[in-house]
Design a protein around this ligand. Structure first.
Ligand code: PRX
Length: 652
């Protein structure tokens, strides 16, 4: 965020009280806040009672900092809570999933259908030798099978590790190896902007170096599409067609009794080193938090059609496409492809066709819609919408107001929700029937959450700017980093002892509203996607031409942040536009297209401190065209000026 953007944000004076009609019927009431005020453990215990437990817990919380256990001794199964418990009543024949593929193909699965598919998939996994605690990697496009696969794992106590379909073969390989996954579930392709994502081919490349994988299950997304270059065929004995396995499997499958603290999933996310972290989430606390936040933040119930546009490869897809909405018996819309395919009104045609009532998307998407113009939403009847959500990055007031006006018809409250892969569920957010919103502010902590702003020394601040920390454990919190508990302790709990440090800067205004300013560590947020600068730097230095690389984020109108890479070349290599393209393609190949740098700048040197650390802050100043900050600790201050001149010259 630039200083100018920050000033505009904080001078935002507009207020939006909840619409009266909404407030009258909202699930979250002021009584909820009073309950929460009585104690955060009691609040969460009360909410957890709304789930189906096979055995009640003995203690709500066991807190041995920084390790928490919630609902100790309790037993439950996540798939039972998302499916079986809805089958006895009127939800049985209601749509659980409405799916539309990018080419326009459609499927609807009722709760009954979904439960049957999940049980059959669970039996298929069992038949391939998957047992409780085994890890299953899921590398799929946004198809119903992605949801079925996750819930099938949950049913038998296998731990899923979903890998976003846009990641490269190497990223898949690293994640599969870190989790020692036994199975990979993938597809013979997926559609994005009319192109086929060659998932099985990439999975094949990955599987050449993943000794733990015994079987690969392949969803047939493109009947008749076999044999082209995106699909390399099936390996006898290792690969199995999903539909064949399921055809042969029984639809009777007793749920595994899971301890509240048994692992539900691992989800990899970027940090400040080159190696992604496997964030570990368990069953009871996670499910409690996502079910509770879904109910109150999205005001969600069985009569709703909820569309969270996130891919299931991200935590938003886990918590608010799958577990939260299904636990609440809602109807979930899933769309496979791009928002501008075949036309820029695709989202609005989906909202109209399926009568979406609650829409949850990212500021980057909203800014793209703004750029494409109001004619696209205006062509469609969006009157079914009653609530809008935003997630993943700070939303600028201009985008907020546009969303409110052109999508929400000035009648829908907007919930700007702050949370992270690590928090499992929403932490700071308006409650739609209660909170008066201010465009650009995530407003207040969710009931039962204790967030505090601290200064550099860890002193708690009542107002002003500082670091966002969580002062009490919460049910959906990550339990550790898979296989590396020391990293868990160092990353989150060492900067401010006794507190979880989120990595975000924030501001509290005089009225106690939170304004999230963005990451203060070496993590970028490009178009709402979290990318570690070190990951991209390591990918760049693996290119034969690159001697050294430094990656920084720079403010970007549409994407929030864009990625600028400063690269020094090895002797014998010359800077050229084609080498730039080559380096960008190299990073896409190594990590995935989301990590492709926007700008590459060649430079003879990189600015370093006397101890040899690259000064990213200075590079950011250069990339954003600002006057240079303090350079007195630099080994060679001239480097920065030379770089800045170079940057400007190359920009032209
Ligand atoms: O910087 C914050 C930003 O996204 C980061 C978490 O990224 P990830 O784990 O990928 O999860 C994204 C979806 C929950 C945070 O550290 N962030 C998330 N939501 C917001 C946000 N920044 C500002 N406002 C938000 N509402």
């Amino acid at each position: 965020m630039t200083e100018h953007q920050l000033d505009t944000l904080l001078s935002e004076q507009r207020r939006f009280p909840p619409p009266e009609g909404f407030a009258r019927r909202a699930k979250a009431t002021t009584a909820l806040l009073q309950d929460a005020a009585r104690g955060h453990q009691e609040f969460w215990a009360e909410e957890a009672r709304a789930l189906d437990w096979m055995r009640p817990w003995d203690r709500v919380l066991e807190w041995t900092p920084p390790h928490a256990q919630w609902f100790v001794g309790g037993k439950l199964n996540a798939s039972v809570n998302c499916l079986d418990r809805h089958l006895a009543g009127p939800l049985r024949n209601k749509a659980a999933l409405i799916w539309e593929g990018e080419p326009g193909d459609r499927r609807v699965l009722t709760y009954w259908d979904l439960a049957r598919e999940v049980r059959r998939a669970a039996n298929a996994l069992k038949q391939l030798g998957v047992r409780k605690g085994d890890r299953v990697a899921i590398y799929l496009p946004m198809v119903p099978e992605a949801v079925i696969a996750m819930l099938a794992c949950a049913r038998i106590g296998a731990v899923h590790s979903v890998i976003f379909g846009g990641f490269s073969a190497e990223s898949v390989r690293d994640r599969v190896n870190d989790a020692q996954a036994k199975i990979i579930i993938t597809a013979d392709g997926g559609y994005r902007r009319g192109q086929v994502l060659p998932l099985k081919r990439l999975a094949d490349e990955a599987m050449a170096h993943t000794p733990s994988v015994e079987h690969c299950i392949v969803v047939r997304r493109r009947p008749g599409g076999e044999g082209d270059e995106s699909f390399a065929g099936m390996t006898e004995g290792r690969d199995h067609w999903w539909h064949r396995l399921l055809d042969a499997a029984s639809a009777v499958c007793e749920p595994e009794e899971m301890d509240a603290e048994d692992l539900l999933f691992i989800l990899y996310t970027s940090g400040t080193t080159g190696k992604p972290k496997g964030i570990v989430h368990t069953t009871g606390g996670y499910l409690t938090q996502v079910a509770t936040t879904t109910k109150y933040v999205f005001d969600l119930g069985p009569e709703d059609v909820f569309w969270c546009t996130a891919d299931i490869g991200w935590v938003t897809g886990h918590s608010y496409v799958v577990y939260g909405p299904l636990a609440n018996g809602a109807t979930v819309l899933i769309y496979e492809g791009a928002p501008d395919w075949p036309e820029r009104d695709r989202f609005w045609s989906l909202v109209e066709r399926y009568g979406v009532t609650v829409l949850y998307t990212a500021p980057t998407a909203i800014r793209a819609f703004m750029k494409w113009g109001t004619a696209h939403p205006a062509r469609h009847d969006l009157s079914t919408l009653r609530l809008l959500g935003s997630v993943g990055e700070p939303i600028n007031p201009e985008a907020w107001i546009w969303y409110h006006r052109h999508i929400g018809g000035e009648r829908c409250p907007i919930v700007d929700t702050w949370w992270q892969t690590e928090t499992g569920g929403i932490m700071i957010t308006p409650l739609p029937g209660i909170t008066t919103t201010k465009p650009g502010s995530a407003t207040h902590v969710f009931p039962g959450i204790v967030a505090e702003l601290v200064d550099n020394t860890g002193r708690v601040l009542q107002a002003g700017g500082g670091f966002l920390t969580l002062a009490q454990p919460w049910p959906g919190m990550l339990r550790t980093i898979y296989g590396d508990d020391q990293r868990y302790q160092d990353t989150y709990w060492s900067r401010f002892p006794g507190r979880y440090f989120a990595g975000d800067g924030a501001k509290l205004d005089e009225e106690g509203y939170w304004w999230i300013l963005g990451r203060v560590d070496d993590v970028l947020n490009v178009a709402g996607h979290r990318i570690g600068t070190m990951e991209v730097e390591s990918a760049l230095v693996e290119h034969p031409a690159v001697a050294e690389a430094a990656v920084v984020g720079r403010a970007h109108d549409l994407k929030g942040q864009a990625m600028a890479a400063f690269v020094t070349l090895k002797d014998g290599y010359d800077a050229s536009p084609s080498l730039k393209d080559d380096l960008k393609a190299h990073v896409s190949h190594k990590i995935g297209a989301i990590a492709r740098p926007d700008d590459i700048f060649f430079s003879a040197d990189l600015p370093k401190t006397r101890s040899g650390k690259i000064m990213r802050r200075l590079l950011k100043d250069i990339a954003e065209g600002r006057a240079l900050g303090d350079t007195t600790t630099l080994a060679d201050p001239g480097v920065v000026n030379r770089l800045k001149d170079l940057y400007e010259a190359q920009e032209a």
